[in-house]
Every structure is written in structure tokens, then in C-alpha cells.
Ligand binder design. Structure first.
Ligand SMILES: CC(C)(COP(=O)(O)OP(=O)(O)OC[C@H]1O[C@@H](n2cnc3c(N)ncnc32)[C@H](O)[C@@H]1OP(=O)(O)O)[C@@H](O)C(=O)NCCC(=O)NCCS
Length: 381
């Protein structure tokens, strides 16, 4: 197939078209960009010759062999010029299946252009051959674990994220863990569930915020601490930086699945981590469960009581007002964890019972006391 027979698809804002000679410089810029290097298999080092080969041979070759249907994305940049914005493609996997791939030129990130491009690409791919499409039934999406920008855009256009396949993706440095999801022809091209955010919230002497990579050393310190290790008996020991990184990734994953909201409790002045507070198991009939731990140097000064107050308020505030609109929050503590029980009491939680052997501490099972707080309790008080 010659480039001339590559269809041109447009939604009035973004156009998908065959790659052209004049895309070479932009392809080069995109391929040298750190995010492309980090998350795709672009050759390193990447030269202008590589970009020429991509535009002249790789993309046209995919069409000629009917194996990869790659389009250049074009959109109008902020200065008003039509400009190369990236590449999107579908790779034929046979039997009505294809794999989606995409990458944006740095100027086009965060503009919504890639989402538009993917919608055009998917509509074309799923359309029947009689209507000029490829008649696909299922499109699969793969991304290296941790590529949140890729996952979020896949989520926006309706892909599932079905889990992590360990050591499956063949990346530059070897096999890595990959996320995988699919989109079917008849699936709605919209998110399957909300993607929860951890908004920045300011309180009395603490701020709640999203985690970041720089929190890893403080997480390690806190989770190596003897008291944390005692009460949180399931923590790995010795607790390493890899454990902390995986923990932070899992927290975003829970938010991306609308199962929880996970904050870092930070010093409002320095933004340094003081602890964590989370609303977990959102959507269960039992109501969200609040969970927390404090860094050893932040204990004993009311940090957690205030953080839990802020988290609970976020849980109960209506969705229209930026909250989660929940009506119940639970809190579970080992019966002998006095500091934790104090946090529950200070926040007006009501004790509703004791579950035998409900948690595992370092020295074995302990009974737990279960508290709950209803939205109406706060309205009444
Ligand atoms: C993947 C890529 C094409 C997405 O394009 P984009 O224009 O950045 O996408 P969008 O801005 O529409 O969406 C990205 C979303 O991810 C979010 N995101 C980025 N990093 C994130 C992180 N670490 N945690 C959570 N969300 C994150 C962004 O905030 C944005 O969300 P928003 O729209 O709610 O603000 C682009 O980032 C890119 O070219 N990356 C390098 C190549 C690549 O990774 N390709 C995919 C390989 S599978």
C-alpha cells in the first residue's frame, strides 16, 4: 500500500494522515524526548536517519504489509499552525484483534489531542471493511507498569485495565511488568468507572496531598520503625525502597480503579511526609475504611487526628462539592493500640464491636475494635 492509500481521518480538530517527509524533524524531537525514551522502545541513541527511516520505511512498510496501520497525528498548535503531534497505530494481531500504540510529540501532551486521535483511530479500526474500516472486534492495550499517562488515556477511551503481566514486555533493558487491557467493538468509548483523585486539602497544622517519588525514603523510615512494624504485622521486613515504590504504585492503582483515596499527610510548610491516611475499600457495603500510619517523628502531636478528620470530611462531602458522597466510614484498630483508638474517639467514631483475632501484629493475631461513623452523625453533632 502506498502512503496515498492511507485514509485521512478528522474530527475537525485533529487529523490522522499518512506520515510525510516533512514530519522527520518532529519525529526526531519526539523520539529524543525523555518520556518517549522512558516508556517506548525508540532506539537509543536516536538519529535523524532513524527518523527518516521511520517516516520513509517503517510506517509505509506497515501499511504495505498490512501489519501495522500507523497514522501521523496533526493538530493546530497554540501559535495557530498545523503541526505534527505524534503517531498512533493499530498492529494487526489476526482474528479481528489489534494492538494499539501511541506517542505524542511533547508540544501536544496535555492538550487532549491524543485522546481525540485515539477515538478516530478506534472508530476507524472497529468500522466494517465495507465502511472503510478494519472490522476489528477487540483492541488490546499494553503499557509498562508505571506509565500512568498511557493508562489514563486508555481509561479515558474505554479500555479496561485487567492487571499486570509479570516480566512480559520486551523493553530496552529486558523484560518488564506490563499492564494489559482491552476494548471491544461494542464497548462504550468512555471510562468504565471513575478515577479517584487525592486532592490537596489544608487543615490545622497538616496538609493532605498526593504521594510522589521523593516520599520513598520517608516511607521506608516509617515502615522500618519498630512500632509501625509491630502494629502493621503484614509489612515486609526488612522493608526496602522497592517495597515503598511498589506501595506508592499500588496506591495510585487503587485510585485508578475507584477503590480508594490515598493521601500523604504532609507538613504544610515543608511538604515533608508525616504519615499517610487513606479511604480504602470504597464501594463496599460496609462503607469506606479509613487507614493510617504516622512517621515516628510526627507522632504524639495530633497530626493523625487532624488528618483523619480531613479525610472523613472528604468522604462525606457531596460529589457535586468535590467529595466522595459516602454515608459511612469504618475504622478498625487492634484493641490494644491506644494511640490508634484515640484517633477514632477524637473524631467521634462510635465503637460497634470487637472482632476476635481480626488483625495480625508482629507477635501474632490480636482482637480488633470496630468503629464506624455515619454522615448523619456529623450532621447531628
Ligand atoms: C502516553 C501519551 C501519548 C499520553 O498523551 P498525553 O497528551 O500526555 O495524554 P493526556 O494529557 O490526554 O492524558 C494524560 C493523563 O495522564 C495523567 N498522568 C500523567 N502522569 C501521571 C501520573 N504519574 N499519575 C497519575 N496520572 C498521570 C495526566 O495528568 C493526564 O490526566 P488528566 O487528563 O486527567 O490531566 C504521552 O504522555 C506520551 O507520548 N508519552 C510517551 C510515550 C508513551 O508512553 N506511549 C504509550 C506507550 S504504552
Amino acid at each position: 500500500m502506498t502512503p496515498a492509500s492511507v485514509p485521512t481521518l478528522s474530527d475537525g480538530v485533529v487529523t490522522l494522515r499518512a506520515h510525510r517527509e516533512e514530519d522527520v524533524d518532529a519525529v526526531l524531537e519526539q523520539s529524543l524526548d525523555p518520556a518517549s525514551v522512558r516508556w517506548t522502545r525508540v532506539p537509543v541513541p536516536y538519529s535523524r536517519d532513524d527518523a527518516k527511516r521511520f517516516v520513509r520505511e517503517v510506517m509505509p512498510g506497515g501499511w504495505a504489509a498490512d501489519q501495522e496501520w500507523g497514522f501521523a497525528v496533526e493538530a493546530v498548535d497554540p501559535a495557530g499552525s498545523a503541526r505534527f503531534a505524534g503517531t498512533v497505530s493499530l498492529r494487526d494481531a489476526g482474528a479481528g484483534r489489534a494492538e494499539i500504540a501511541y506517542g505524542a510529540h511533547p508540544w501536544a501532551r496535555g492538550t487532549g489531542h491524543v485522546e481525540r486521535a485515539l477515538r478516530l483511530l478506534l472508530a476507524w479500526g472497529f468500522r466494517s471493511p465495507a465502511e472503510g474500516g478494519r472490522g476489528l472486534e477487540t483492541v488490546v492495550w499494553w503499557a509498562e507498569e508505571g506509565n500512568w499517562a498511557s493508562r489514563k488515556i486508555a481509561w479515558k477511551v474505554g479500555f479496561s485495565c485487567d492487571g499486570t503481566v509479570r516480566r512480559w514486555l520486551d523493553e530496552r533493558d529486558g523484560l518488564v511488568d506490563g499492564w494489559v487491557g482491552t476494548l471491544g467493538r461494542d464497548d462504550l468509548r468512555q471510562p468504565r468507572h471513575p478515577w479517584l483523585e487525592a486532592p490537596r486539602i489544608h487543615g490545622d497544622g497538616v496538609a493532605l496531598r498526593l504521594h510522589r517519588d521523593e516520599d520513598v525514603p520517608r516511607v521506608v523510615e516509617a515502615c522500618r520503625d519498630e512500632r509501625s512494624a509491630y502494629w502493621l504485622g503484614a509489612l515486609p521486613a526488612p522493608y526496602t525502597e522497592d517495597h515503598a515504590r511498589q506501595h506508592l504504585l499500588n496506591r495510585t492503582d487503587q485510585m485508578a480503579r475507584a477503590l480508594g483515596v490515598y493521601w500523604i499527610i504532609a507538613d504544610p510548610g515543608t511538604d515533608e511526609l508525616l504519615g499517610t491516611v487513606s479511604l480504602m475499600n470504597i464501594g463496599s457495603h460496609a462503607g469506606a475504611e479509613v487507614g493510617y500510619w504516622a512517621h515516628p517523628d510526627a507522632r504524639g502531636r495530633g497530626v493523625m487526628s487532624e488528618a483523619v478528620r480531613l479525610a472523613v470530611r472528604h468522604a462525606f462531602v457531596d460529589v457535586e462539592d468535590g467529595g466522595l458522597g459516602l454515608d459511612k466510614v469504618r475504622l478498625v484498630s487492634a484493641v490494644d493500640n491506644t494511640a490508634s483508638i484515640r484517633v477514632a474517639e477524637v473524631n467521634g467514631f462510635r465503637e460497634v464491636g470487637v472482632e476476635r483475632a481480626g488483625t495480625i501484629c508482629r507477635d501474632g493475631r490480636h482482637d480488633v475494635v470496630i468503629f464506624d461513623l455515619l454522615a448523619e452523625d456529623l450532621r447531628l453533632s
